[in-house]
Design a protein around this ligand. Structure first.
Ligand SMILES: Cc1cc2nc3c(=O)[nH]c(=O)nc-3n(C[C@H](O)[C@H](O)[C@H](O)COP(=O)(O)OP(=O)(O)OC[C@H]3O[C@@H](n4cnc5c(N)ncnc54)[C@H](O)[C@@H]3O)c2cc1C
Length: 328
């Protein structure tokens, strides 16, 4: 049930404070829309869970994930964006107004940018959380692969993305183990052929990750178990990439904004920054399963803010003028 107490009435609300939401906030604030950003349970988003970002343009020596989003946040605040610590549980629209039900209160807005990201799925194996983010456990070969030049690494998973990550890692790494719990891959036939023929890859079938081993600072190996024989094995490696998919943070909008079978928001066919519902815009990983990178999330954040601003100006012309709406 949505609460009735409304403390925040805004022209534009941005849900999520990862690099998509923060970039949207910079653009919207500079367009004098005074956006409110709702932080969610992970202020700053996924980048706060990693150490070095080496592929974000403008930082030739790299930059820490936390520092990057902190700078974006300060930039947005400088132009007048406001932030609130809350998590949206549900949304609905009444006519041309949106209501967002948070854990603290209900927010009302004329337009909404959804930038809630997609959390990488982890396995919950022992040691996985301890070594996650800069210590050897990663969920992104594109982001972290280059840190493992000349090393042995493992990839866990058997779908297209796991196979893609493993093939990508062979560019840098000496050896790549692909560990899959079944005896055949779920990846497409062409991807399967490519990986089976790659001399740097060793596929370990019917096996699951039991424990990530380390020396307290870095990963040193894995304990895996064959599910058919129950025999355990220690694999020496410097990194492990968990490639078992992402979970888009879209549950709060189910039934309001269309989502695909994996939970990603489906954009409008003619403009990827717009949802099919007028006044709701999409940015970042929550509507993009293919290119989950910070620079792309930031770019789509800028695009969503521009689209929202254009829509608000048009909406104001045909319905309630912006100033009047905010005063009532
Ligand atoms: C360990 C790791 C390392 C990475 N390294 C790199 C790298 O080196 N280079 C690179 O380009 N990319 C990297 N990435 C990928 C990059 O972090 C993501 O592509 C990017 O963060 C996506 O940004 P986003 O804003 O769409 O979502 P996120 O960063 O996931 O942010 C989502 C935001 O939405 C909020 N939220 C979620 N649900 C709700 C809700 N119901 N109500 C309110 N708020 C909500 C969260 O609190 C969060 O603030 C890495 C990812 C990980 C996990």
């Amino acid at each position: 049930m949505l609460t009735t107490k409304i403390i925040e009435k805004k022209m534009l609300i941005i849900i999520g404070s990862g690099c998509a939401g923060l970039t949207a906030a910079i653009y919207a604030a500079r367009a004098a829309l005074y956006p409110l950003v709702i932080d969610g349970n992970q202020p700053g988003g996924q980048l706060t869970t990693t150490t070095d970002i080496e592929n974000f343009p403008g930082f030739p020596d790299g930059i820490g994930g936390y520092e990057l989003v902190d700078r974006m946040r300060k930039q947005a605040e400088r132009f007048g964006a406001a932030f609130v610590s809350d998590h949206i549980r549900a949304m609905r629209n009444e006519g041309e107004v949106f209501y967002l039900d948070g854990t603290r209160t209900t927010y009302e807005s004329k337009a909404v940018i959804i930038a809630t990201g997609a959390s990488p799925r982890l396995l919950g194996a022992s040691g996985e959380a301890e070594y996650f983010g800069g210590k050897g456990v990663s969920t992104c070969a594109t982001c972290d692969g280059a840190f493992y030049r000349g090393k042995d690494v493992a990839v866990i998973g058997g779908g297209d993305s796991a196979v893609e990550e493993a093939i990508f890692l062979t560019r840098f790494c000496q050896k790549v183990y692909l560990i899959h719990r079944r005896d055949s891959l779920r990846a497409s036939a062409s991807m399967t052929r490519r990986i089976v023929e790659n001399p740097k890859v060793q596929i370990i079938w019917n096996s699951v990750l039991e424990e990530v081993l380390g020396n307290g600072l870095r990963v040193t190996g894995l304990r895996i178990c064959n599910v058919k024989t129950n025999i355990e094995q220690i694999l020496s490696c410097s990194g492990v990439f968990i490639a078992v998919g992402h979970k888009p943070n879209s549950s709060f909008a189910i039934g309001v904004i269309p989502i695909d079978s994996h939970g990603y928001f489906i954009p409008r066919a003619d403009d990827a920054s717009c949802s099919p519902m007028d006044g709701v815009f999409l940015a970042g990983d929550c509507s993009n399963s293919l290119y989950q990178q910070a620079i792309i999330a930031a770019g789509t954040g800028a695009r969503a803010a521009i689209a929202a601003e254009r829509w608000l100006v048009g909406a104001a012309e045909k319905c309630v003028p912006i100033r009047e709406y905010l005063q009532n």
